[in-house]
Design a binder for this molecule. Structure first.
Ligand code: ZN
Length: 238
């Protein structure tokens, strides 16, 4: 095993780790984009809620206005009828009913006055909410578009790395490539080729044997006696 093989394997490993990073990044993008959509929907619902508040107040005002009209027409009828009533107690009952209508009208008018103030406030606050939410939605749209272009860049880089890989693999001896590939494809996903600073495996952190240390000093690639990851001595590259 010469230092050239180590260099080539390191080059392949660097490209593979980059490829893995890019693939992981690409996998997280849809989730991030969906989060943005969910945030946008929540903000849009908040704006709609403010509009609903205004609508509800307007509806209450309309209901009271209708009630007043109804009571006024009822009182008008009673006035006309009272002119034709002969019995005093009936006449009195009509006057009482008109008086009651008057009270109800005045109550409704007070509610309308209060609701008018509420309406002004709700409109002001609704406009404020809409302004802030519209700005936030604009930001989210930009964020979404950025992620979308980023996903294109990532896909392009992945394609590039994949296309360049056969060339990087070609010159690596099969005896080295095979353990490298099985380590690369395991669940852990750590770099298969690592160093052993202070005679300690860079992957599992356990002490390597004296025999392995000697092999590394000779510029060979050796297996960690514990985790079987590939080890090399960076000084052998100098
Ligand atoms: Zn190890």
């Amino acid at each position: 095993m010469d230092s050239n093989a180590i260099r080539k394997l390191l080059k392949l490993q660097e490209a593979d780790m980059r490829l893995k990073d890019m693939e992981t990044r690409l996998e997280t993008l849809p989730k991030e984009m969906n989060n943005i959509i969910a945030r946008r929907d929540k903000i849009a619902a908040n704006t709609a809620e403010a509009v609903t508040v205004v609508k509800k107040i307007k509806l209450r005002i309309k209901q009271d206005e209708d009630l007043i009209a109804e009571l006024e027409s009822s009182s008008e009828k009673l006035r006309q009828q009272s002119a034709m009533v002969k019995k005093n107690n009936e006449y009195q009952a009509m006057l009482n009913a008109i008086e009651l209508n008057k009270q109800k009208i005045s109550e409704a008018e007070e509610r309308i006055l209060a609701a008018d103030e509420e309406l002004t406030e709700a409109k002001r606050s609704g406009a404020k909410i809409k302004f802030a939410n519209d700005a936030e939605i604009k930001n989210l749209r930009t964020e979404f578009e950025e992620l979308f272009s980023f996903s294109k860049v990532v896909k392009e880089e992945i394609a590039k790395l994949q296309a360049a890989r056969p060339e990087l693999v070609r010159d690596i001896p099969p005896a080295l490539l095979s353990p490298y590939e099985s380590l690369r494809n395991n669940k852990e996903g750590a770099a298969p080729l690592t160093t052993a600073p202070n005679e300690t495996c860079g992957h599992c952190r356990l002490k390597i044997t004296a025999q392995t240390a000697v092999a590394l000093k000779r510029g060979e690639i050796a297996y960690c006696d514990n985790c079987q990851y590939l080890l090399y001595d960076p000084e052998s590259l100098c």
